[in-house]
Write a new protein. Structure first.
Length: 330
């Protein structure tokens, strides 16, 4: 029987999500990769135990995570029910709808038909009555924002979600849907966006918009899928995400152009007595709007390394300038 570590809350930081009353662990665990039916359940369980034992309270899922799609929710649901029933109220569990999930006109995007059905399916796979955060996974250019917002609002009124989030919305789209949520009285609190040293698009308006609105952001792929770690400094390992055919979003062509930058960043991280992964996470978390970084991990040792980022979070002005120089290839 799993018994959580007694000291699990000692070293983690918890941050409020915007001006809401919800706190999340500043490091969160993501289930996009490594939790499908193609992955060993024993390793999944080990990663989830390591996360919870070290104070991670935020677990980030989506309908389509796997492969096959849906299996990450099923596997996490199984681990939850076998090991975590006593700890459910210590966990923030999130899921999402919006990307392709089932055939026909209702299996993706942002209609009320898709969002309600998808959330019901997710709850069934997870074996839960409610999720803590439900996200619209991507903006839908063909559905009125009002309809998407009303569907998400309904999930809260039905008790199927406590808080609402959006993901991959631009600053303008965020401001527009926030206005509708405000009229509806929806607890929209969070935006999930890609943010790492190699992809800084959120600095171009979104972070300011969220700050003005009193909303929080969680950063996904904070390690650029592994490119901001020591994973690829000496080539592409066979067991890495870039080599796995079940991970089509990272390959040799995306890794190779970043190795030089990663090597220089790694040297800077070493001068700070950190690994590159630790420095990359601390760099994301220096912005007060960022409530949490959602990391992925293929083994629990990676997670343990990432947790060490909390030991040294501050950067000198010179270090930040040096990082910018490296990122600008200077
Ligand atoms: N909302 C969205 O549209 C969206 C999109 C993408 C992701 N997300 C969320 O964000 C989560 C994280 O995304 P991500 O998996 O791309 O995050 P990431 O943290 O940038 O990358 C994780 C990968 O980096 C490698 N890694 C992690 N820690 C390491 C360490 N200490 N040393 C060496 N390598 C390390 C591992 O790769 P190997 O597998 O090679 O070991 C791991 O699978 C997802 O699970 C999901 O919940 C959301």
């Amino acid at each position: 029987m799993y018994l959580a570590a007694q000291k699990r809350y000692d070293d983690m930081q918890y941050r409020y999500v915007g001006s809401s009353g919800l706190k999340v662990s500043s490091i969160a665990l993501g289930f996009w990769h490594n939790f499908g039916d193609v992955d060993a359940l024993s390793n999944q369980r080990d990663i989830v135990h390591t996360a919870f034992d070290n104070g991670i309270t935020y677990f980030d899922l989506a309908n389509n995570y796997g492969p096959p799609a849906g299996s990450a929710e099923t596997n996490f649901g199984r681990i939850l029910h076998e090991d975590f029933t006593a700890y459910r109220d210590e966990m923030v569990i999130a899921s999402k709808a919006g990307y392709y999930m089932w055939p026909g006109p209702y299996g993706e995007w942002g209609s009320k038909k898709n969002i309600i059905a998808s959330c019901n399916q997710s709850l069934k796979r997870l074996g839960l009555d409610y999720v803590d955060i439900f996200y619209h996974h991507r903006p839908d250019p063909n559905t009125p924002l009002e309809e998407t917002a009303q569907a998400l609002d309904l999930l809260v009124r039905q008790g199927k979600a406590l808080y609402i989030g959006i993901s991959n919305y631009s600053a303008e789209q965020t401001a527009a849907i926030a206005k509708i949520f405000k009229q509806l009285g929806t607890p929209f609190v969070i935006h999930q966006a890609r943010y790492n040293m190699l992809d800084r698009w959120v600095e171009d308006g979104l972070l300011d918009t969220l700050k003005d609105l009193g909303k929080g952001m969680v950063a996904f792929s904070p390690l650029a899928q592994g490119r901001l770690t020591d994973r690829y400094l000496h080539g592409i390992p066979k067991d890495s995400r870039a080599s796995r055919s079940s991970s089509p979003f990272l390959d040799k062509d995306k890794v190779e152009p970043t190795i030089k930058i990663a090597t220089r960043l790694n040297e800077l991280a070493q001068s700070r007595n950190q690994s590159l992964a630790e420095m990359a996470l601390a760099w994301d978390l220096k912005n007060e709007v960022v409530a949490s970084v959602i990391v992925g991990a293929s083994r629990s040792s990676q997670l343990e390394d990432n947790l060490k980022s909390l030991v040294k979070m501050d950067f000198s002005t010179d270090e930040l300038a040096e990082i910018d120089k490296i990122l600008n290839h200077e």
